[in-house]
Design a protein around this ligand. Structure first.
Ligand SMILES: N[C@@H](CCC(=O)N[C@@H](CS)C(=O)NCC(=O)O)C(=O)O
Length: 242
């Protein structure tokens, strides 16, 4: 397994004052934000497959977005988006599959009895997982997050040929880790809730992921995350009960 990865000098963030990089000039460009968990999924995939030279990162400042992004690149005005083969495509779950099947590097869709089906099942659960977790942050999450994390713990018991959801590292791990990373930090820091307590498989999964260079380089800044999520989610509820 490719646990190490070239340490990359990350390109500067583009904002409303920045010129637009060329579009459809034959260079494949991945538009991201360094703090976006959806974009992080595609960024990890690209790193893991060793595509740093083939897929150029174009980080955007989403708070002060360049107008050309919506007008000329991606009308949905969200990240991630990939400029490849004269078209721009978005949606992180589609993109991780697209990058895996259309570029070189190690495959992230392991074969094996039941693995593809289980991968699809888990990938379709990501939306439910994120919805429950993000909604819970508006109240007292410690009462609501047990279910989704137990779901992951149970799923991690299914294959025993490795510490990841399908045994080996795959797109399923990539689909979840950006979100688990953020919830682990925020729930621990603000709610003193440790998602790994009573969930040994989840604890081991996070530990193994932290050894993967392709992922490590994409991790969010915990301080910035806590501040951003406090602003976004902490309501009168937390003020009243703290
Ligand atoms: N369903 C999309 C969601 C992407 C998304 O919501 N990205 C956020 C940043 S984390 C964004 O671009 N927000 C800008 C906006 O909504 O204006 C995916 O999976 O790629």
């Amino acid at each position: 397994m490719a646990t190490t990865c070239v340490e990359e000098v990350l390109p500067p963030v583009l904002d409303s004052t920045s010129d637009q990089p060329p579009l459809f000039d034959g260079t494949t460009r991945l538009y991201i934000s360094y703090s976006c968990p959806f974009a992080q999924r595609v960024w990890i995939t690209r790193n893991y497959k060793g595509l740093q030279e083939q897929i150029k990162l174009v980080p955007l400042n989403l708070q002060n977005r360049p107008a050309w992004y919506k007008e000329k690149v991606y009308p949905e005005n969200k990240v991630p988006a990939l400029d490849h083969n004269n078209k721009v495509i978005g949606e992180s779950l589609d993109l991780i599959k697209y990058v895996d099947s259309n570029f070189g590097g190690p495959s992230l869709c392991p074969d094996g009895p039941g693995k593809r089906e289980f991968a699809e099942e888990l990938i379709s659960y990501t939306d439910t997982f994120n919805r429950i977790l993000y909604t819970s942050l508006k109240g007292d999450p410690t009462k609501e997050v047990g279910g989704p994390f137990d779901h992951l713990e149970t799923a991690l018991h299914k294959f025993d040929d490795g510490p990841f959801f399908l045994g080996q590292f795959s797109l399923v791990d990539i689909a979840y880790i950006p979100f688990v990373e953020r919830f682990q930090i925020f729930l621990s820091e603000v709610w003193k809730y440790d998602i790994t307590v009573g969930r040994p498989k989840l604890a081991a999964w996070i530990e193994e992921l932290n050894k993967i260079g392709a992922y490590k380089q994409t991790k969010c800044d915990p301080k910035e995350l806590v501040e951003a999520y406090k602003k976004r989610f902490l309501t009168i509820y937390k003020l009243l009960t703290s």
